[in-house]
Design a protein around this ligand. Structure first.
Ligand code: WT7
Length: 666
């Protein structure tokens, strides 16, 4: 668990807003929305366009596999593109793209697409997928692209014709890619020759070639040219995206498919406690409904706004709040390529100034990264345009909140920390500046949004009182909840709905204060959040044991000032193998290549023993406690399969083992 700061329950800050509401008043409204949540969500769904209305608001005949707006028909691409291209928004800018600037200060490469432009491009790509690659409803494609405009265009084009897409984060390595392509049974992959990041080139096609060597279902590969195009192409399998697209008529038009509300829109893989990444399958109708609600309540999006979510589209934040949410609302959004600190630590402040960003969505890691470089990089630029901002991905520490609120927001902006997960589709706990805004507190997540019945339970399922830590759950279904885990519905039930029957179990610790505000404290399982990105210990450990010298490995997260958490590994070597720094390097490059650079290990400790339960499960909790210097009392109070005495004994033994090892190593 990452949080080790004290929580300022009493520090209340009033933003400039005419929608301020007392938490008690909020709770009354909220209670009403929850009591009749079906009616409530039906009202929201009616605000978006459907080809055919639903027959049933919620089909809950087979829980936890819920179907929202069953019988209804709609198309996500139509909602994001056609509707606006056929309105006054036709010539309004939908997307502003900014490429990574050159280190020598050359001109910044930008591209602006109006809703009219987007309509033309999306139609042509849909035409290509349908007529050249013969893809249609239910077929799956994999997308491994950097932050270029082709990425949202392809996602929308797929949605237009009912093709399910799975976006693979462009920072992932070969094994992580293969795993996702094979599990989703992708027929076509779209990648790029490479990408820019922090002045360096990432050879995406090379990594993809390695991944494809073990892929079982991919027939065709399309390559977007972002760099100089000097890469190897495999005959019959690979084609240049621009060459195939050049053959599509300029005015090609493809009618949007009328999708059923519960038809899958995309699959996105996420890490869990054990086992392989889980393919979360998102529906169409429920998903678009939660995005419509939260774009308005949470982001208070207005037609004249310039909106910027700084996430990568490879994660759910980008799917929901760069692509589908803002485009559905007809917002003007920014999409940027590169890194926050290249060519200098003022890249983001300069983007805010250049485009006059009004609404900003970012991560605590990014904020802490800015803080580290000092105020002057922000002050060089005019950031007064920001009216409201939120962070996401991990708990925000009060210092980072106060710094950003003061230095970037001049103490007048609204600033919240929105809690949600890949599984939830959209934001579930947040401040609602667009609807009813309770005063802010540095570090809190605010209150559950309307229609969401969140609670904090102890191990026995009893609701916790204010100030008592427990497990975060959601007690009613909501639109946007993942339909299932691809190929594994049993696992979906088991992971999310078995710990507390009838409730969605998030896997987070949380505490409530006396005003009812939720404070999410961090994961209660073995998931590690590196810079807000979710990594499973299993994937990392599997990569490590691939090394011929390694017998066993345990990975845990330790606190990091900027990234929140970073992974460290404890490794038992095979008999006769000696610990060394070159071995450390080899193991880390295995991780970088197979999982990706975000998973790089901060430290590697070679040990001869790992703490285990009698049933041979590694007690990562114990390891984490020893590494972070948490006293034994604090870990024995945590829930664990092992008995308290067993945990205590393992703790003392491992502490001895580790101090011995570190003494030897230094
Ligand atoms: C986990 C989900 C969904 C957007 C990005 C992350 C943590 C997310 C917050 C927040 C504290 C947060 C939780 C959650 N988390 N937002 N505002 N405050 N923790 O999606 O990769 O599926 O991870 O991120 O631990 O369970 P994800």
């Amino acid at each position: 668990m990452a949080v080790n700061w004290s929580l300022p329950f009493e520090e209340v800050i009033y933003p400039e807003s005419d929608r301020i509401i007392d938490p008690k008043e909020y709770s009354k409204l909220h209670d009403l929305s929850v009591k009749n949540y079906r009616k409530f969500w039906e009202g929201i769904a009616k605000e978006i366009d459907w080809y055919e209305p639903w027959k049933k608001v919620l089909d809950d005949s087979n829980p936890p596999f819920y179907k929202w707006f069953a019988g209804g028909k709609l198309n996500a691409c139509y909602l994001c593109v056609d509707r606006h291209a056929n309105s006054w928004r036709k010539n309004k800018v939908a997307l502003i793209w900014e490429g990574e600037p050159y280190a020598d200060g050359g001109p910044v490469e930008t591209r602006k697409l109006t809703f009219g432009d987007l309509y033309g491009e999306v139609n042509r790509v849909a035409y290509m997928l349908k007529n050249v690659y013969k893809l249609g409803r239910g077929d799956v494609i994999g997308i491994y692209l950097p932050m270029v405009t082709e990425l949202p265009i392809i996602m929308l084009a797929a949605a237009r014709i009912g093709v399910v897409f799975t976006v693979i984060f462009s920072g992932f390595g070969a094994d992580a890619i293969t795993e996702r392509l094979n599990d989703s049974r992708a027929k076509l992959v779209i990648t790029a020759d490479g990408a820019w990041r922090a002045g360096k080139i990432i050879p995406l096609k090379g990594i993809m070639d390695k991944a494809l060597a073990k892929a079982t279902t991919v027939r065709d590969v399309l390559v977007v040219k972002r760099l100089d195009g000097k890469i190897g192409m495999t005959r019959k399998r690979d084609s240049w995206y621009h060459e195939i697209l050049a053959k599509v008529p300029a005015n090609a038009r493809i009618e949007p498919e009328r999708m059923r509300s519960e038809d899958p829109l995309y699959i996105l893989y996420t890490s869990g406690t054990t086992g392989k990444p889980k393919g979360q399958v998102h529906d169409t109708g429920g998903y678009m409904t939660i995005l419509h609600a939260t774009m308005n309540w949470v982001f208070d999006i207005r037609p004249e706004d310039t909106y910027w979510c700084s996430a990568d589209i490879g994660w759910v934040t980008g799917h929901s709040y760069i692509v589908f949410g803002p485009l559905m609302e007809g917002a003007t959004g920014i999409m940027y390529e590169g890194s926050p600190i290249f060519p200098g630590p003022d890249r983001w402040a300069s983007i805010i100034e250049r485009y006059g960003v009004n609404v900003f969505y970012t991560s605590p890691t990014a904020i802490r990264g800015w803080m580290k470089f000092g105020d002057e990089h922000v002050k060089k630029h005019n950031t007064d345009s920001i009216r409201l901002m939120h962070s996401v991905g991990e708990p925000i520490n009060p210092e980072a909140f106060r710094w950003f609120h003061g230095v970037v927001g001049k103490n007048k902006i609204t600033f919240g920390s929105t809690w949600w997960m890949t599984e939830t589709g959209g934001i579930l706990i947040s401040h609602l500046p667009g609807k009813a805004l309770v005063p802010m507190k540095p570090g809190t997540n605010g209150l559950p949004i309307m229609g969401i019945d969140a609670d904090i339970l102890d191990e026995d399922g009893k609701s916790q009182k204010a100030g008592e830590r427990g497990f975060l759950v959601i007690k009613n279904p909501w639109p946007g909840l993942s339909l299932t885990i691809h190929n594994n519905p049993e696992r979906f039930k088991e992971v999310y709905f078995s710990k507390f029957p009838g409730c969605y179990y998030a896997g987070d610790y949380a505490v409530r204060d006396k005003d009812g505000y939720f404070w999410i404290l961090g994961r209660s399982d073995e998931v590690i959040k590196v810079a807000g990105h979710r990594l499973g210990t299993y994937e990392l450990e599997s990569a490590i044991v691939q090394h011929s010298c390694v017998s066993e490995a345990a990975v845990v997260g330790v606190a990091d000032e900027v990234k929140g958490e970073v992974p460290v590994a404890f490794i038992i070597l095979k008999v006769g193998k000696k610990p060394s720094d070159s071995l450390r390097k080899e193991i880390n490059s295995l991780i970088r290549e197979n999982i990706g650079p975000i998973a790089s290990l901060k430290d590697i400790y070679f040990v001869t023993r790992l703490p285990k339960t009698r049933s041979a499960k590694i007690m990562r909790r114990v390891i984490r406690a020893v590494v972070s210097g948490v006293p034994i009392g604090d870990i024995t109070s945590l829930e664990d399969e092992a008995s308290i005495n067993e945990v205590k004994a393992a703790y003392l033994e491992f502490r001895g083992e580790l101090s011995l090892k570190t003494a030897q190593q230094s």
